[in-house]
Design a protein around this ligand. Structure first.
Ligand SMILES: *Cc1c(COP(=O)(O)O)cnc(C)c1O
Length: 337
């Protein structure tokens, strides 16, 4: 099977497995796992931040950030398609007791003026606006990247209005590689950043939350409360270290392959539109002789797995287990449909 369903499906490479195998481990709840400590320090310093916290999932790093930045009754401002709202099981409400102000953005991206309009005035009737949560790249927006200038403007507003600013950076390295940015630029703007190691970076498990030391200290306490305190998990952290060292620059290959998939799709009469491809996600609008579900089923007969996100949209996600041969096979198959 050629699996384009998600960049979470990657398997650890032999080199990554060897690196995991030699990793020193210890009890991380006691702060004694050298590999986890090294991953946390490495992630923080990459972004020019003080501290990091290794967690089993990106849902946990996002939810810990929200929990740590807010109090029950506060309000979180985010885009309507954002992962923190759509795909974390209502955790903003159940974990943090917060309400959400949803904004309708452009492929997942919101603007500073939208954020300004969403900040509640000082008024006993209103929840206290406390946190802005942004996503880069935007998953449901088809891997769309923020223009850095917009992020700078949003950060200024956050500062003026005393709001915390969180980044769901599940695919932040895809944005950084595409835009030729430096992670430290993000560290300067955001109060917290969640980085997924198990998406395009290809580690089997794990995410890291980075922020200042006081914030991470509080988040570490909440991680224990959420049941995320792990023990000898250093082998998993080692996979993350390996991924940060070896799998960041290669993301551009995924982006190039995504463009080739787009090129093959736009030629087809059953493809009404393909979202602009910036990174590793291709979303196509299907109409006419197939709907998205039928196209996904047909591709599956050809051993190609994609996701029908809605009856009209199919999604291809590129990642490090998609080889050049698999790409050629896929393009040849699309040409014949
Ligand atoms: C995958 C993803 C996450 C985290 O997901 P987990 O499966 O919990 O690791 C968070 N945000 C975005 C945008 C994602 O795509």
């Amino acid at each position: 099977m050629i699996d384009f369903r998600s960049d979470t499906v990657t398997l650890p490479t032999p080199e990554m497995l060897a690196y995991m195998h030699q990793a020193p481990v210890g009890d991380d709840v006691f702060g004694e796992d050298p590999s986890i400590n090294a991953l946390e320090a490495k992630s923080a310093s990459l972004f020019g931040m003080e501290a990091g916290l290794f967690c089993p999932s990106g849902t946990m790093t996002n939810q810990l950030a929200i929990k740590t930045h807010t109090q029950a009754g506060d309000e979180v401002i985010c885009e309507e398609l954002s992962h923190v709202y759509q795909y974390e099981g209502g955790g903003i409400a159940s974990n943090s007791g917060c309400s959400v102000k949803l904004l309708q953005g452009n492929r997942g991206r919101i603007t500073a003026s939208q954020v300004l309009a969403a900040i509640n005035p000082e008024d006993v009737h209103k929840p206290i606006s406390r946190l802005i949560s942004l996503e880069n790249t935007c998953n449901r927006g088809g891997g769309a990247c923020y223009d850095f200038k917009e992020l700078v403007d949003i950060q200024k507003l956050a500062k003026t209005h005393h709001l915390a600013l969180h980044l769901d950076g599940a695919r932040i390295f895809n944005a950084i590689v595409h835009k030729k940015e430096d992670p430290k630029q993000y560290g300067q703007l955001f109060d917290s950043i969640s980085i997924c190691l198990s998406k395009g970076l290809g580690a089997p498990v794990g995410s890291v939350l980075v922020g200042n030391a006081a914030f991470i200290k509080k988040a570490r306490r909440w991680r224990k409360v959420f049941g995320g305190g792990m023990r000898q998990a250093g082998s998993l952290a080692a996979a993350g270290i390996y991924a940060l060292d070896h799998h960041v620059d290669r993301l551009k290959q995924d982006h190039e392959k995504a463009l080739l998939i787009k090129e093959a799709l736009v030629k087809k009469d059953f493809v009404a539109d393909v979202f602009e491809v910036e990174t590793n996600i291709v979303i196509a609008k299907i109409e006419g002789k197939y709907n998205a579900t039928q196209l996904a089923a047909l591709l599956k007969e050809h051993h190609i797995l994609v996701i029908a996100m809605t009856p009209a949209l199919v999604r291809f996600v590129l990642h490090l287990d998609i080889t050049d041969e698999m790409l050629s096979t896929t393009i040849a198959t699309i040409e014949k449909l």
